[in-house]
Design a protein around this ligand. Structure first.
Ligand SMILES: Nc1ncnc2c1ncn2[C@@H]1O[C@H](COP(=O)(O)OP(=O)(O)O)[C@@H](O)[C@H]1O
Ligand SMILES: N[C@@H](CCOP(=O)(O)O)C(=O)O
Length: 308
């Protein structure tokens, strides 16, 4: 989990009232996630997820919640935020912006098969196309400039070998320009633990849109490839699923190796930052940064060509 903010029953019951979601039965912290505080909430009206946003600019939050409603309207299995009578999708709870969203069915898988990689690839491309007509989207909050700034600030905290690797990769990435690649709203964090699968094998949910923003679509595909595809077969299936919905351009094919490195760097940095400068909370999940350091080292040695 991360439960940084503890929510009491009485304050939650009062906060729920304007949503007409039924009477509170119980709520329990969720044992996953790194960024926000999440609770399963059961009411007489059903089951929901309560998210308290720990470090999100409220202006960006309006966009994240509108995005999920927009994608749900487009038929993607995304959580739908509940609105109060004034149409507000979030209000303050325990001093934090908070939203109640539909609870989607299914479980995440740790070892996806090629079929699941193909389906997640197709869903990612559908997400890219469906979000393209959403107005007012901000830039990816953790894009290339964020990586450079966070990387620079972490350099003095790292052992010499890691600092050398990071400095060299930051220098390489500073010479890449993804601004001419096809762009749009990207999920930016569609890891295995952010995708739910139903018992019948179908996609149950795409979760956790709180890093979304405009960036190269291919960067999003690289984020997914890095987390989902431990072998060539699963990578080929992911790309096949994606390109079946949105074919890639020649420029994207050329940019693939550098963007896979950029995606590995982005999550190495996020996890390093969480480990080296932890936030206080009731329960805090810290994920291992070394997984992404190892991946980055491998991608620097052997630039995998894009299959297909
Ligand atoms: N709408 C939802 N429906 C079902 N489960 C959810 C939903 N939202 C979150 N969860 C569960 O909570 C976990 C943490 O949520 P997530 O959005 O990843 O947190 P964080 O923003 O902290 O990364 C997910 O892995 C999932 O198990
Ligand atoms: N998915 C990323 C970012 C943080 O994880 P999440 O649990 O908040 O989605 C990672 O694994 O590092």
């Amino acid at each position: 989990m991360s439960v940084y903010t503890t929510v009491g029953r009485a304050e939650l019951a009062a906060w729920l009232r304007p949503l007409a979601a039924g009477e509170l039965i119980d709520h329990a912290g969720i044992a996953a996630g790194m960024q926000n505080s999440n609770y399963f909430v059961t009411t007489s009206g059903g089951r929901f997820v309560l998210t308290l946003f720990e470090a999100i600019d409220p202006a960006a939050l309006d966009f994240y919640l509108r995005l999920q409603a927009h994608l749900a309207d487009a038929g993607l299995p995304c959580p739908r935020p509940l609105a109060d009578a004034q149409g507000r999708l979030w209000r303050t709870l325990c001093g934090k912006p908070a939203a109640l969203l539909s609870c989607l069915p299914g479980r995440a898988v740790e070892l996806p098969d090629a079929g699941q990689c193909r389906r997640v690839g197709a869903a990612l491309a559908r997400l890219h196309l469906a979000a393209a007509d959403l107005a007012g989207a901000p830039a990816n909050p953790c894009g290339a400039a964020w990586c450079q700034a966070l990387g620079d600030s972490l350099l003095p905290l790292l052992p010499a070998a890691d600092a050398a690797l990071l400095a060299d990769e930051l220098e390489f990435q500073s010479r890449q320009d993804r601004s001419a690649l096809p762009q749009g709203v990207i999920h930016a964090d569609l890891f295995r633990d952010n995708v739910l699968w139903r018992d019948d094998g179908e996609l149950g949910g795409l979760l956790d849109f709180y890093f979304a923003g405009v960036d190269a679509w291919l960067f999003d595909l690289a984020v997914v490839a890095n987390d989902w595809c431990g072998d060539a077969g699963r990578l080929a299936a992911l790309i096949d699923g994606y390109t079946g919905v949105r074919p890639l351009t020649a420029a994207e094919r050329l940019a693939w190796p550098a963007l896979r490195r950029a995606a590995a760097l982005r999550f190495w940095l996020l996890r390093l930052d969480a480990k080296l400068r932890p936030r206080a909370g009731e329960v805090v999940t810290i994920k291992n940064p070394d997984d992404f350091k190892a991946l980055l080292l491998r991608l620097r040695l052997a630039a995998d060509a894009l299959p297909g």
